[in-house]
Design a binder for this molecule. Structure first.
Ligand code: 9MR
Length: 429
């Protein structure tokens, strides 16, 4: 299915709204305890439409004792995201670092079983709520080898990564499954090692959907940064900038702008996340590596990113290749029309809904969908749902309600049960 192009300059006034106009998200890593600080949440809620837990969904945090799970902080972030129309990246199911003590001391099949159980339990807990999971983080070695990093997980056998991806797909078929790493900001031995793994996974049907480029950057950007993203996209995976932060100094704003332009130039680059909100929230301490200063003021780097987003001629996100064409052609009259396309599996589905404004344009819209009996909505993005079974009403969120004649907005929802035969009706205001 091809989608309408968004061409020419637009003028979003926040990072999230502007990215959404190009079919992307703009996210931040969140330290969940800071959600109680209003100076922090004011910026988060105004500027960002995606979040990731900086630490709270890591193995040491959510399975502190073997088989004893604690999802309270992660759940708090998901609730905040849902209440504010933000998508959630999940970080991270398996990593050599930040493992609980009990796992650090394990090896062999005991560790492999514990790790796969962790993937299954955590992905099942968040099923339907996560846009993309970093299934495996930082499994490749630095330096010139292009090979795997040694770790207790690696020592369980080279197939540990694909086993993790298969377990994650089984537990949450609606989440995009990513491999995430750093020092991959250009074509180099490490990124090529990962590239070869992704190519191998795609050729053997191992379920991988995306690659995350952390992009913890210094004072220069590799000249082949965009080309590197593109070569991964050409393998048939989405790419995302997942942990962006940049050393302070004369080049900071330029580098931020260049990274944003590179993402927008790659149609499968679906979004950018900065690793924190304000400089003082950053793990990089005195590097002042983020877009807002410690007082919450927008920095030159912020302006560079916003300008790059607004100047972009990006096309909206490509839907999954398995998505069939719309089942209902949009009617040509009325204040707005809606069509739905479905990606189904046994027991669940993801519905992508396209809203097209009629000749008068819209100030806002509502789409009603009657679900088949037994089906229910578990997660919604780029719209606010009322109800979850029977007839469910989806209202626009603040950045996609105002449409000019013929303009298209998109939202989506995930459900359990069967979603076949849904006919959406659209009302404009
Ligand atoms: O920002 C995170 C910091 O608070 C933690 O102490 C640290 C522990 O290793 O992890 C940081 O986040 C890392 C992320 O999970 C993976 N990529 C590198 C990030 C920065 O170290």
């Amino acid at each position: 299915m091809t989608m309408a192009m968004t061409t020419g300059a637009s003028a979003g006034t926040t990072l999230g709204a502007s990215a959404a106009e190009k079919g992307r998200y703009f996210g931040a890593a969140v330290a969940v305890n800071k959600l109680s600080t209003s100076a922090y949440t004011t910026i988060l809620n105004r500027e960002f439409n995606s979040v990731v837990a900086e630490n709270e969904m890591k193995w040491a945090s959510n399975e502190p004792q073997q088989g004893v799970f604690n999802h309270s902080s992660g759940d708090r972030l998901v609730s905040h995201a849902q209440a504010n129309g933000m998508s959630v990246r999940g970080h991270t199911l398996l990593w050599h670092a930040q493992q609980p003590g009990w796992a650090q001391g394990m090896s062999g099949s005991a560790l492999r079983n514990a790790a796969i159980n962790h993937v299954t339990q955590v992905a099942t807990h968040y099923r339907g709520k996560i846009y993309a999971w970093d299934v495996v983080n930082e499994a490749f070695a630095d330096g010139g080898s292009g090979g795997r990093r040694d770790s207790n997980l690696q020592r369980t056998g080279n197939d540990w990564i694909e086993a993790a991806f298969r377990a994650a797909r089984a537990a949450d078929p609606g989440a995009k499954l990513c491999y995430n790493d750093y020092n991959t900001d250009g074509i180099n031995a490490k990124s090529t090692g990962i590239y070869n793994m992704v190519r191998d996974f795609k050729s053997r049907g191992v379920p991988i959907d995306c690659v995350g480029f952390q992009s913890h950057l210094g004072t220069s950007l590799a000249s082949d940064y965009q080309a590197n993203l593109q070569r991964f996209a050409d393998l048939g995976v989405d790419v995302q900038i997942t942990e962006l932060d940049v050393m302070t100094g004369g080049n900071q704003a330029n580098i931020y702008g260049a990274v944003t332009r590179a993402c927008l130039a790659v149609s499968r680059c679906t979004g950018i996340t900065t690793w924190g909100v304000r400089d003082c929230d950053s793990w990089r301490g005195s590097d002042n590596a983020l877009l807002f200063d410690c007082n919450g003021n927008k920095k030159a780097a912020y302006t560079a990113v916003l300008n790059a987003l607004n100047a972009g001629t990006g096309t909206p996100t490509t839907p999954p290749p398995t998505t069939p064409p719309p089942t209902t052609p949009p009617p040509t009259t009325g204040g707005c029309s809606a069509s739905v396309s479905l990606n189904s599996w046994n027991g669940g589905f993801v519905a992508s809904v396209k809203v097209t404004a009629g000749s008068a344009g819209t100030n806002g819209w509502n789409v009603s969908v009657t679900l088949p009996s037994g089906a229910s909505v578990t997660n919604t993005w780029s719209a606010t749902a009322s109800g979850s079974t029977g007839t469910v009403r989806f209202a626009n969120v603040d950045y996609n309600g105002r449409l000019t004649a013929g303009q298209v907005a998109e939202f989506g929802f995930q459900g359990t049960g069967s979603g076949t035969g849904m006919t959406p009706t659209c009302t404009a205001s």
